[in-house]
Design a binder for this molecule. Structure first.
Ligand code: UTP
Length: 268
């Protein structure tokens, strides 16, 4: 089935970037001259997404202003189709809750979810590759992480692997190093069945007192399945300072002009 809509959850507090995120949304932090949300938007556009739904909140108005600017310069930004709409998440009750806030805008069809703070440089659009492979089972982007980092992610319990797909028999949010069933971690790209809303609205808070998307994915495994897509390309965790700096240096080092600054830095 065609996937036409994407949800960008931008309702998080961004505490790891305090104090700047007290006034500037994390998704508006820049990789040189473009904010993180712009890169996510381009990845979704390249995947043929037509409707962009932002789950936003108090203090995030600059994201809406930015998209006003982009859509009013649609030729310049090569925006051919699409509409954008916003729904509010009144309180930051977790990623699962943010996705649930988009329920009335989805109409029980499969949809994509993208966290802009996961910046993914992929030969193709990462979410586009996932949409091509989507066959009705909930799908998540996964990558192998160091064992000492499993407690930062949702981790798959793997049933079998075929090419770039990993079939999960279970999933656990932020397990301890000892309890992690694998090192295959979920990063911020999802293609989900519209049936997930039914599950999310009945879900109790999980790890950290938040409504966890991972818990809904777990509950749906018997009926819907859960598949990980081992994406190619590079992912930067721009929700962390180190990840954002890494992404900025990576982009700059691929630009002849900006690379000179990096070279000069090492000559000092
Ligand atoms: P994070 O776990 O990175 O949380 O959210 P955060 O609040 O943004 O950042 P820290 O950990 O406090 O530094 C992952 C994604 O889920 C969204 C975030 O905006 C981000 O895209 N999110 C999280 C929401 O939209 N609402 C929430 O209540 C929580």
């Amino acid at each position: 089935m065609r996937v036409r809509k994407v949800v960008f959850p931008v309702g998080g507090l961004g505490t790891r970037f305090f104090p700047i995120t007290r006034a500037i949304p994390k998704e508006m932090l820049g990789i040189i001259d473009k904010p993180l949300i712009h890169y996510a938007f381009e990845e979704a556009m390249a995947a043929g997404i037509e409707e962009f739904i932002l789950v936003t909140r108090h203090g995030k108005d600059s994201i809406e202003d930015y998209f006003d600017y982009m859509f009013s310069h649609s030729d310049y930004f090569n925006i051919k189709v699409g509409s954008i709409c916003y729904v509010r998440q009144n309180e930051p009750k977790g990623l699962g809750h943010a996705v649930l806030c988009a329920k009335n805008l989805i109409n029980n069809e499969p949809f994509a979810v993208m966290s802009a703070d996961d910046f993914i440089l992929h030969p193709e659009s990462c979410i586009g590759e996932m949409i091509k492979r989507y066959n009705g089972s909930n799908m998540v982007a996964t990558m192998s992480v160091n064992r000492n980092e499993v407690n930062k992610y949702g981790i798959l319990d793997i049933e079998k692997e075929e090419d770039d797909l990993v079939y999960a028999k279970s999933v656990v949010e932020k397990p301890s190093v000892d309890e992690a069933p694998s090192t295959q971690a979920i990063v911020g790209r999802y293609v989900l069945s519209g049936e997930i809303f039914e599950v999310l609205q009945n879900l109790a808070p999980g790890v950290g007192g938040e409504i966890q998307l991972t818990d809904a994915l777990l509950e749906m495994i018997p009926t819907c399945g859960l598949v990980g897509f081992k994406f190619k390309g590079q992912r930067f965790d721009c929700g962390s300072k180190k990840g954002l700096l890494d992404a900025i240096l990576h982009v700059a080092s691929n630009d002849d002009n900006l690379k000179q600054v990096i070279d000069r830095f090492y000559e000092r």
